[in-house]
Write a protein that binds this ligand. Sequence first.
Ligand code: BG6
Length: 481
Amino acid sequence: MVSRVIPVDPFDLVIFGGSGDLARRKILPGLFRRFVSGQMPESAQIIGAARSDFDEVQYRALIKDAICSFGEIKASHPDLAPFLERLGYVRIDVRGDGGWQVLEKKIRSDTVRVFYFSVGPSLFGDIAQRLRQHRIALNDSRIVVEKPFGRDLISAQDLNNTLARHFNEDQIYRIDHYLGKETVQNLMAVRFANILFEPLWNSQYIDHIQITVAEKVGVDGRGEYYDKSGAMRDMVQNHLMQLLCLIAMEPPSQFNPEAVRDEKLKVIRALDQVEPHHVVRGQYGPVGDAPGYRDHVDNLASRTESYIALKTNVKNWRWAGTPFYLRTGKRLKQRLSEIAVVFKDPPHSIFGKVAGAQGNTLVIRLQPDEGITMDVTIKEPGPGGMRLVNVPLDMTFAEALGPTLEDVPDAYERLIMDVMRGNQTLFMRGDEVEAAWKWTDSIIEGWENRGDVPKPYDSHSAGPQDSLMLLNRDNRKWRSL
Ligand code: BG6
């Protein structure tokens, strides 16, 4: 039942930072899987571009190792050799002249040209300018840029302006890998391809919404980046914000990039200011011999949050009165990402309180075990009167769609293929990113001005106690992790 694989047009993909972590962990193993599936055409060319002094043979060996370890592929896989043949390498000085002419000669004239900036944002301007100067990027070429797209509104505006000097908006693909997740896209299908949910999709029927992205991992190994960022910048401004947008947006008139992104932008602009007492920040502590956050980031005075929970409102007719609770954190009890749409109780219960549970919750689970369930209330089977019980109506994809689900591309694969197709629907537009930063900045400024210190929480717990209060005060509670 998985949709047919339609090969994309022949392309030349240049990956700046081609020997870096992201390229080795995600981009190249992902492309390999698309090659195996038949979606990447035989004639495609991938060129790694980086500072390191590799020749082509060494680069291919490096990528082979990466595909085997991160892609969990056996070195004897029959498609590995033909895939690696598609791979070239150019040693490039992104701030100087070295390598650009070599790169120019390698690019073919009749293919889709894509340039993946898998490097820090401080290099975006240099690369963009040289791609244009050497006529390697043309008016129909595409560039892909990664997060972090700035660290506040001003830096995001600077980045947008820098890129805009060399490329039009329709050439720029800003990746948020959450938008490439299968369930996230399914959320749109569930909302807009069924009559069932949309009539109830408003504050008259929805009590509140919980968005949770809980991780088990800590920040060890990424401390230098993370301590300057924190959960708000690293996760909320982008991933959780995108989930919120897809839940809250009005139905776009078409499933096309401008229509979808216009609607998401309206949601971000309608987000209410967040009250200081509606934000809870936390930092994980040591457990046993395992170090805590401050040791991981090597900053014993750090005030950066590894956990954040907040309550916000979307100020429009549809959502007035339905709060959105967001939480994300590292080193929590378990890895769990989900959106829970909690419906109101029926206005009148004919069964009385003793009958038991009532109510509906739609849970869109991103990971692990992605799927969608709807809790419904039914009669507990058997004799003994009318007792009610909540059971999930399970729309778990693996069961419904069978074993071929394994072939479903992961987030990066899907998004890279969308770039090749020239489809920007699942990429963030410049104004969207700026609006998200504007909202985020006001919250961060608030806690910085107050000199707020994050609350400690135990590693492998559900986060700081105060985050429970955020909901308890409203007579609600977080779903358990
Ligand atoms: C990244 C963040 O964007 O997303 C990481 O920088 C985080 O801190 C990661 O761990 C989570 O992604 P996923 O797909 O594992 O939920």
